[in-house]
Design a protein around this ligand. Structure first.
Ligand code: COA
Ligand code: HC5
Length: 628
């Protein structure tokens, strides 16, 4: 079964190295019992997708465009092209474990040439810690490392609890890809490597301080993990041997456009020492970035500043060189009490990462540092890099580009404290749909129109499932936001329209998580056409399709037990990236945009979102009171 996918991914005659990530992840045999029981991702019926596609376009394209697209869809359905591609896709569905996962990995991630920093890698801000010095920083980092090693035990022993969504068990494969893995740049496309599945899994992590990279062995020779105390001592040694601040920020190379980094990478690893150092980072279980303090800001701006630090590091003169963006998991601990992480998105969605965070935070709260008699440990090895003039030039270019990205990213974290999931629940509404409608209302108020909107839906009910798109904008969502802006409508009418819009959103969500959304199916039909080398069906070259994929609002709900802020960059140059974490009594919402776009403004949008949420609550409560 694997063979078909492997052949699709590799040129004939190319042998896949052992550690390259398989098209479908490798999971230890004992977990397979649960995995084997998972259903396969279905290929939705063609006619259903075509009908839903046209319905989805209605609120976002003009009448003329819609009519034109209706013609193209009819031709696609009746002319035989659609049926042929559908059959090929169904065949792929039979032959593979998941007809989508390999294509998705390639097209959404490994083929993408945009920089990982800001454009692809999401960030997570952990609650502010109350340390302000290196001791506090290292104590926190030591506990955190011990916590992740504790979590790793569950992966190694196959004792991870299976997650559920809507009462159904989810695919756990992504958990096996987040440790000991790394993205590797290529001049045309990237690859993923996972060293956890080799014969000799790594026993070290990478620690970065003042742009200098270290190998920190986190296991004793008997296989037991180092204690918090031991890790602390090792971190102290690292700190003391990386006091110089004039080092070349070699890691900043990984923030470049992927073609540029791909070329620079080949140049860098020509040198044997450099190659070994890079391999050590790639192989390590995860990375910990001990960041220098950043300029302090007011309490109100704190989360926005730290979100930016997670997404890009603050620029060449701050912490952007204190990263290896290709590394799947990088925890960031600042000397000033900031902490969080940035992760490379290709191997995993947010929820497994957040589950790990919740576990580690809980571990850290329970664990105290106990001073135990210790055997002296060897000095952690510093990774050497030979900086040739060419490498130096690449670093300078990367610094310039990073600074441009830093100046371009507009971030605002809205800590919405008035209510959380409790209010929508009280009114028998889905909190997720409620927040989505608030985003729609905010957008409509600001731009007097609605836009193509993406919300992530999990496909992990299916084996090796990743995501599909919930299309938030519907005829019903548009009617609701129009009514809210029209004083001619009575409150009771507005409430009814909100209820209808929310119900429609829930239905779409339910379809999406059961594999019946339209976006991945359309993508599959398109990629099938490319693979078959047939001429591209007109529906994919149509303006409507381009409009539908131009997500001015790119959103995602990722919820956690810990009071975290999750964030990611916008999907398009003139759009917003919105990630929200709804807690019971408050909601953390991050909003990103680009400063180079005149029309977008993260802080303004945040204000309008806050007002929209409050107005929706007032609407529901006033109407409920009037009824009494
Ligand atoms: N009345 C009262 N309560 C309701 C309700 C209603 N009508 N509808 C929902 N609720 C409750 C639920 O029972 C749930 O309760 P809990 O807080 O005790 O768990 C809560 O409200 C949340 O439900 P809802 O807001 O409807 O969202 P959801 O949990 O179903 O999530 C998605 C919706 C789309 C976010 C989810 O299906 C999903 O796909 N998540 C993964 C997204 C993802 O992967 N993002 C990252 C990509 S990298
Ligand atoms: C730590 C939170 C990470 C959330 C990342 C996320 O939602 O990524 C989306 C993945 C997907 O396939 O839908 C993509 N998005 C950022 C463009 C919404």
């Amino acid at each position: 079964m694997l063979g078909v996918l492997v052949r699709a991914a590799l040129r004939p005659g190319v042998v896949r190295p052992r550690h390259l990530v398989r098209p479908v992840p490798q999971i230890p045999a004992r977990s397979l019992v649960h995995q084997e029981g998972l259903p396969k991702l279905p290929v939705p019926p063609l006619k259903q997708t075509c009908e839903r596609y046209l319905a989805m376009l209605e609120p976002i394209v003009s009448k003329e465009e819609l009519e034109h697209t209706q013609g193209l869809v009819e031709e696609f359905l009746k002319g035989g092209v659609g049926e042929r591609l559908q059959k090929r896709l169904e065949r792929r569905g039979h032959k593979t474990e998941n007809w989508l996962s390999e294509w998705w990995l390639q097209s959404a991630y490994l083929d993408s040439r945009m920089p990982l920093a800001v454009y692809t890698s999401p960030g997570v801000v952990l609650p502010r810690m109350h340390f302000h010095d290196r001791q506090g920083q290292m104590r926190f980092a030591a506990k955190l490392i011990a916590g992740v090693l504790e979590f790793k035990k569950m992966i190694d022993n196959n004792t991870l609890p299976v997650e559920y969504l809507g009462g159904k068990p989810l695919c756990m494969a992504q958990y096996y890809q987040i440790l000991s893995s790394s993205r590797v740049p290529g001049p045309k496309k990237d690859t993923l490597v996972n060293h956890a599945i080799g014969k000799k899994p790594p026993t070290h992590i990478t620690v970065v301080h003042n742009f200098q990279f270290f190998v920190l062995d986190v296991y004793n020779s008997d296989g037991s993990p180092l204690t918090v105390d031991q890790i602390y001592m090792q971190l102290e040694k690292i700190w003391n041997s990386s006091l110089q601040t004039n080092k070349e920020p070699i890691g900043i190379l990984t923030s470049q456009h992927r073609n540029t980094w791909g070329k620079a990478y080949n140049n860098l690893i020509k040198d044997k020492t450099n190659k070994e150092s890079v391999r050590s980072i790639q192989k390590s279980i995860f990375a910990v970035c001990l960041d220098a303090p950043m300029p302090s800001v007011s309490d109100e701006l704190y989360h926005s500043r730290v979100a930016a630090q997670m997404l890009h590091g603050g620029g060449a003169r701050w912490n952007s060189g204190n990263r290896w963006f290709d590394k799947t998991l990088q925890f960031i601990v600042g000397e000033d009490g900031t902490c969080g992480l940035v992760y490379e998105h290709a191997p995993s969605e947010g929820p497994p990462i957040v589950f790990l965070i919740d576990y580690v935070v809980n571990y850290m709260q329970k664990t105290e540092m106990v001073r135990a008699p210790m055997v002296p440990l060897a000095m952690p090895q510093k990774l050497r890099f030979n900086i040739t003039p060419e490498v130096k030039r690449d670093i300078e270019k990367a610094k310039q580009n990073m600074n441009i990205m830093v100046h371009d990213l507009d971030v605002k974290v809205l800590s919405f404290s008035h209510f959380g999931k409790n209010v929508p629940k009280r009114h028998q509404m889905s909190p997720d749909a409620f927040v989505q409608m608030a985003l729609q209302l905010a957008y409509f108020r600001m731009y007097k129109t609605c836009c193509s909107t993406y919300e992530s839906a999990s496909l992990r009910m299916f084996k090796y499932g990743r995501t599909d798109t919930i299309r938030t904008v519907t005829v019903d969502s548009l009617k609701f936001v129009q009514a809210m802006e029209d004083s001619a409508h009575k409150d009771t009418e507005k409430v009814a329209l909100l209820q209808k819009a929310i119900q429609t959103h829930r239905e779409y969500t339910n379809n999406a998580i059961h594999g019946q959304a339209i976006d991945r199916h359309l993508l599959g039909l398109k990629l099938q056409s490319i693979e078959d080398l047939t001429s591209m069906p007109e529906i994919f070259m149509d303006t409507s399709y381009a409009v539908a994929l131009h997500y001015n609002l790119s959103t995602s709900q990722v919820s956690s037990k810990t009071d975290c802020v999750m964030c990611f960059g916008p999907a398009v140059p003139d759009g917003y990236g919105v990630c929200y974490n709804p807690m019971e009594e408050h909601i953390n919402i991050s909003i990103t945009a680009f400063n180079s776009c005149e029309e977008t403004h993260a802080a303004k949008f945040a204000q309008v979102v806050e007002d929209a949420l409050l107005d929706m609550r007032a609407l529901l409560e006033d109407t409920a009171k009037a009824k009494q």
